[in-house]
Design a protein around this ligand. Structure first.
Ligand SMILES: Nc1ncnc2c1ncn2[C@@H]1O[C@H](COP(=O)(O)OP(=O)(O)OP(=O)(O)O)[C@@H](O)[C@H]1O
Ligand SMILES: [Mg+2]
Length: 258
């Protein structure tokens, strides 16, 4: 397994946000974590990526325990996330934003920068090609010179994914990437997920858009009130009685699978 989330508990004062969640993500798969608002999905992402420390439990990535490591250390392992609330650098161009993501893979010493070391020159030169590739993949290549703040909301969300990709993730965690995307952008996003999967990037998705979830997921983990209530293929999960109960009043379960 690439990622093992093992019996995670998280208390905020008197609130038990996570109550012993476990699941595993095999390399190369797309796994979606779904559940009603407040179920604990973002908290789970925060714990996996080191932004919060769990009250109890362990996270293992590629066999190493990463619980308690700082976020930038975890990112160096190739565990990269995006945020539920869009975070781009408004005054930088699209290309410049993506270059910042690339720095996850390279931190030259001041000495090697000032002395014009070949490795630094090679990194900057290659980064131009890599940035172009990434922007092509997310469909923002024609906007590379735009300021991030000039993009539409949906484009900013795609830019955020581009920055994550520049960090060369082995596992990419996306927190509601398609919220605020229009129908065309959502379907472009689903295509992007499949392309990333072909490039051997493992993906964990928190997502409310059930067309996206049903279309791209190999496995789904359902969280409700901080507990895992079901997991399995999209077909199995959408027929699960506990899941239907948790989502009572929403039509997606039957809609999404027909
Ligand atoms: N820093 C915090 N302090 C106190 N309570 C928190 C904190 N972060 C989250 N919670 C609580 O933990 C629970 C889970 O929140 P979380 O944001 O993980 O849910 P979510 O599944 O991501 O919801 P949504 O779908 O709305 O994004 C909620 O009851 C929330 O109010
Ligand atoms: Mg959330």
């Amino acid at each position: 397994m690439l990622l093992d989330v093992d019996n995670i508990f998280m208390n905020f004062g008197g609130i038990a946000a996570l109550k012993g969640i476990s699941f595993s993500v095999p390399e190369g798969q797309v796994v979606s974590v779904i559940g009603p608002n407040g179920a604990g999905k973002t908290t789970l992402f925060n714990i996996v990526t080191g932004f919060q420390k769990p009250t109890a439990g362990q996270v293992r990535f590629a066999g190493s325990v990463v619980t308690g490591l700082l976020p930038h250390r975890i990112a160096k392992h190739g565990l990269i996330r995006t945020f539920q609330k869009t975070e781009v650098f408004p005054a930088l161009t699209v290309m410049e934003c993506v270059r910042i993501g690339l720095l996850n893979n390279f931190q030259p010493s001041l000495f090697s920068v000032l002395t014009g070391k070949a490795e630094v020159a090679a990194f900057v030169k290659n980064s131009v090609l890599e940035v172009a590739d990434i922007l092509e993949m997310v469909g923002l290549h024609s906007k590379s010179e735009y300021l991030a703040q000039e993009l539409s909301y949906g484009e900013q969300r795609l830019l955020e994914i581009a920055v994550g990709l520049a960090a060369r993730p082995r596992l990419l965690l996306l927190d509601e990437p398609s919220s605020g995307l229009n129908a065309e952008e959502s379907s472009r996003f689903s295509t992007l997920v499949r392309r990333l999967q072909k490039q051997k990037i493992t993906i964990v998705l928190v997502e409310h858009n059930m067309n996206v979830v049903m279309g791209v997921s190999d496995q789904i983990v359902v969280v409700h009130h901080g507990e895992k209530i079901a997991e399995g293929t999209p077909e199995a999960v959408s027929q699960n009685r506990d899941v239907i109960k948790a989502y009572l009043g929403r039509e997606w379960v039957t809609d999404a699978v027909g």
